[in-house]
Design a protein around this ligand. Structure first.
Ligand SMILES: NC(=O)C1=CN([C@@H]2O[C@H](COP(=O)(O)OP(=O)(O)OC[C@H]3O[C@@H](n4cnc5c(N)ncnc54)[C@H](O)[C@@H]3O)[C@@H](O)[C@H]2O)C=CC1
Ligand SMILES: O=C([O-])C1=[NH+]CCC1
Length: 304
């Protein structure tokens, strides 16, 4: 399908502001916001999962669900790893008001949430951004992070050197392709892990003290991107404590303590420990899709 209209309708600055508000509200656990932990149906035969992500935001009367299928593919497979559809409903009647392709929404809202974590947690004079992975999330994180912040250097590592070079060519500015994770992350102030890895690829011993890691992949309880040293030595923030306890292999298997939710920092109920090494473990939430879809829908309607 043609995803251009959704990309044009979803403004990054507006999205960040809406996501900050809804993540803050979520962490207050008020009655006005209903969002269960994602239900996930494993497709063992096909190495995939179907996730259902409903949410209801009473104050703004937004009723939404995303359905997202995600797979671990063999290297070189031409099949997509993540596909999503977002449904918006009229909460009064229950009628579906919009069905949207979820690719752009998923990519952009995830990067926008990571950017919120970086705004609060990265070193004050951050100069070097490092992206691990060169897929959809790496691209959206590059776009959102270079729009929201100014870096002196952007680096990329991907397990396929050709894909990393393609990424660098397509980027809107200079990007250094690194031959190993170690070389990519050494000295980096902000590291985004956006891979389909199920074993740790980022090791604490390589991470500069005080750096901020936005960990976007590894969304199953037995998948990892980060090693135990990093998880235990860093101050760990999550999008949702319940989500992390159910789905994050990095949190569950390392035994690391979750210090705070992103929303608690936004609300000021928990501090942003910017001077420490920090990890923001992102899993993705239905409320993030709901506010994104509503932004797209309202903008589209205003143009009719
Ligand atoms: N936190 C969140 O809200 C969201 C997280 N995700 C997760 O983000 C990750 C990336 O998603 P996309 O960019 O859409 O996928 P993609 O398929 O477009 O890109 C995946 C990247 O990971 C690399 N990769 C795959 N297996 C690897 C391995 N074993 N070791 C190292 N690199 C490996 C690929 O080469 C590619 O560069 C996935 O784990 C996905 O489930 C996706 C959507 C939302
Ligand atoms: O939030 C999301 O859409 C997803 N998180 C992990 C896979 C897809």
């Amino acid at each position: 399908s043609d995803r251009t209209p959704i990309a044009q309708l979803l403004d990054v600055a507006e999205l960040i502001s809406r996501l900050e508000a809804v993540m803050g509200e979520f962490s207050q656990r008020g009655a006005g916001l209903v969002q269960p932990v994602r239900s996930v149906v494993p497709l063992q035969k096909h190495g995939g999962f179907l996730g259902l992500m409903p949410a209801y935001l009473a104050h703004e009367d937004i009723l939404c669900t995303k359905m997202v299928a995600f797979y671990q593919r063999e290297q070189g497979s031409s099949l997509p790893t993540t596909q999503a559809t977002v449904l918006l409903f009229d909460p009064v009647s229950g009628v579906v008001s919009a069905v949207m392709d979820g690719e752009v929404i998923t990519a952009r809202r995830t990067a926008a949430v990571s950017a919120i974590s970086a705004k609060l947690l990265m070193p004050r004079h951050a100069e070097i951004l490092c992206l691990l992975g060169s897929g959809h999330q790496a691209v959206s994180h590059y776009e959102v992070f270079t729009q929201a912040f100014t870096f002196k250097e952007v680096r990329v590592w991907s397990r396929s050197k050709e894909r990393a070079e393609e990424f660098a060519r397509a980027a809107g500015g200079p990007v250094t392709v690194c031959p190993s994770v170690k070389e990519a992350v050494e000295g980096a102030d902000v590291i985004v892990t956006a891979t389909n890895a199920s074993e740790p690829l980022l090791f604490g011993k390589w991470v500069k003290s005080g750096a901020h890691v936005a960990a976007v992949g590894a969304c199953r309880p037995d998948w990892r991107e980060l090693d135990d040293d990093l998880m235990r030595d860093a101050v760990v923030y999550v999008d949702s404590r319940e989500g992390a306890a159910a789905e994050s292999g990095d949190v569950i298997l390392s035994g690391a303590e979750v210090f705070a939710e992103l929303g608690e920092m936004i609300n000021g109920s928990m501090p942003a420990q910017r001077d420490k090494t920090t990890v923001f473990k992102s899993l993705g939430m239905g409320i993030q899709d709901a506010v994104s879809a509503k932004l797209v829908y309202d903008k589209w309607k205003s143009q009719q």
